[in-house]
Design a protein around this ligand. Structure first.
Ligand SMILES: [Zn+2]
Length: 286
């Protein structure tokens, strides 16, 4: 799943590639992907692209005041093509959900792998009409996202820090992968209660949040869309690396699995050497 750094890289990539171009056609291959009905897709056609931006993990293409906004979710991706095939995409025949053609013959497909469909696109006149956008918390890389503001977000929260970092209504743009990374850098247990963290731990966490995300943005920026997924995977310290060696201390990277997700962490670095209970493991041991 693309998170803030990959989405920012897609924004930069699209902004460069679509500069001076107009949208000529929007083809829907999956009708469930478009969550809005007014304005219709035709409202984008013939409109020059004025800008590409990001709200958390949402991409926003502004075409003359009409916004095409999309969220790639867990299995969605953007596939850029310098020369799109002229054939019309057909519903149900491929992973393509939506195709956008541009005035020089280039364009992109939004694709989604797997059966659980959660890729979502919206066509609106104001980005705030998208519920997921209007509810977003502050952007952690914004200049005015200070240590004080981060502290306020944690205050009184009886929630595990891992869940809080992933909550888009608290902080926009962090998902499962980067929250694992941030917690590992800050040496904080994913299950620590957000509102109970000592001041110096909040300091470390704030620094880890900003450094990890800005470092990942630097790594991702300038890479073509097709290379972003591999670049993200390659840059991970603990996320997705169960059983491998912690780059900090040499301990083994452990995992806690849930019914449809898992987190990775290092016990030596983050939990005082004590492995966290893993529901799947304890179920197997019963
Ligand atoms: Zn470690």
């Amino acid at each position: 799943m693309p998170e803030l750094p990959e989405v920012q890289a897609l924004v930069d990539f699209l902004a460069e590639r679509t500069d001076g171009l107009a949208i000529t056609k929007v083809e829907l291959a999956s009708f469930s992907v478009l969550k809005t009905f007014d304005p219709p897709p035709q409202a984008l056609e013939g409109s020059p692209i004025d800008g590409v931006s990001r709200h958390g993990k949402f991409l926003d293409i502004d075409a003359d005041g009409v916004h095409l906004i999309f969220h790639l979710a867990r299995a969605g991706w953007l596939r850029w093509s310098e020369q799109l095939p002229t054939t019309v995409v057909r519903p149900g025949k491929s992973p393509i959900a939506l195709r956008v053609r541009l005035s020089d013959g280039s364009g992109f497909d939004l694709t989604e792998a797997g059966t659980k469909k959660s890729l979502a696109a919206y066509i609106v006149r104001d980005p705030r009409e998208v519920p997921g956008v209007s509810r977003l918390g502050p952007d952690p890389l914004a200049d005015d996202f200070t240590r004080e503001e981060f502290g306020r977000l944690l205050e009184g929260r009886r929630m595990q820090i891992k869940g809080l970092l992933r909550d888009q209504e608290v902080i926009a743009g962090v998902g499962n992968a980067y929250s694992d990374e941030i917690l590992h850098v800050a040496k904080v247990s994913p299950f620590a209660i957000a509102g109970s963290l000592p001041v110096e731990v909040v300091d470390r966490l704030y620094a880890a949040l900003r450094d990890t995300l800005s470092g990942a943005v630097r790594t991702a920026s300038g890479k073509p869309a097709a290379e972003l997924k591999d670049a993200k995977r390659a840059g991970m310290r603990v996320h997705g690396r169960t059983g491998q060696t912690c780059p900090e201390c040499g301990d083994v990277v452990r995992e806690v699995s849930f019914h449809d997700t898992s987190l990775q962490y290092c016990a030596t670095c983050q939990t005082g050497g004590k492995p966290l209970a893993d529901r799947r493991m304890s179920k197997l041991l019963k």
